[in-house]
Design a binder for this molecule. Sequence first.
Ligand SMILES: *Cc1c(COP(=O)(O)O)cnc(C)c1O
Length: 357
Amino acid sequence: MDLSAIADNWRTLAALSAPAECAAVVKANAYGLGIDKVAPALWRVGARTFFVAHLKEAQQLRGLLPDATIYALNGLLPGTAGLFAASDIRPVLGSAPEIGEWSDYCRDNSVSLPAAIHVDTGMHRLGIALEEAARLSETYRMLGFTPSLIMSHLACADTPGHVLTARQRLVFADVVQRFPRVKASLANSAGTLMGREFRFDLVRPGIFLYGGVAITGVPPLRPVVRLEAKVIQVSTAPAGETVGYGATERLSRDSRLATVHIGYADGFFRAAGSTDARKGAEAVLAGRRCPLVGRISMDLATLDITDLAPDAVMRGDTAVFLGEGITVDELAQKAGTIGYEVLTALGGRYLRRYIGG
Ligand SMILES: *Cc1c(COP(=O)(O)O)cnc(C)c1O
């Protein structure tokens, strides 16, 4: 995990976004990379506002960054307002009951605590409806709490030119006008890249910080993760034989194989395996791309090293599954998923080494 790359990627987005503030989304253990290392590295380069999903994540982050502004995107579950207040965590309030509960808590305790308000501009996942937002804009000064951020979330920002993105921006710009002096935030990574009119006062990038693709066709920033696995056996098999569970791939030539220490229990998706009908993921061994052959097992996967020199690969050598030009998004595509899922699935058995930062 290259913390310098994350720091550089944040600086790039912060420079692009100014004068809007560049926050950092570190939910799900900083997209699987390790919030305990990633969040302090981001703080050191200047990030001051952080978003996580859950209260638990926010409490952990508070322990790491005592002075950060922390928002919990998934908002308040019933009865948790006191826990948010105790750790100075700002809930992102996405429904009338949540707004009511935070308000009541503040009134009962004679404090006016900050919170974000999430307005649904068309994604229909979280957030108060537009009519509710309009009503709230007339009454929020009487509420017990202090709205510190009006936010919404883009549903299709990864797809260039999607009509919903343009519509959400217009709707959000209208909502924001009703809350003068409250900061506004609409953009995830993709939104941040789409231009000033999407950035408002604060941007909330996640995936782009971690070396993933944010918008289809727009190259990622610096890669962050290098994923390696050791070769535990080198063997040969004649043409016509099959490799792995289910015998899904038949060898078309006499082959040399390298079986490596990685499997779906490590979050290395089974869907990235190889069959006769569909080629799977690749790894770099001895400086060359080698294709997976056959299915990925729980703890093992097999690479075809026939095209390498006979003594190029030895037991104990390292195969690179991410890095050396293999991106998170390439691997994701081979597994029929997205870079976000490749990162957040990185398993607990890997030895994690952090460099830089
Ligand atoms: C996850 C998330 C983000 C960050 O999205 P990326 O696409 O990773 O940049 C921003 N805002 C909200 C509400 C999110 O849930």
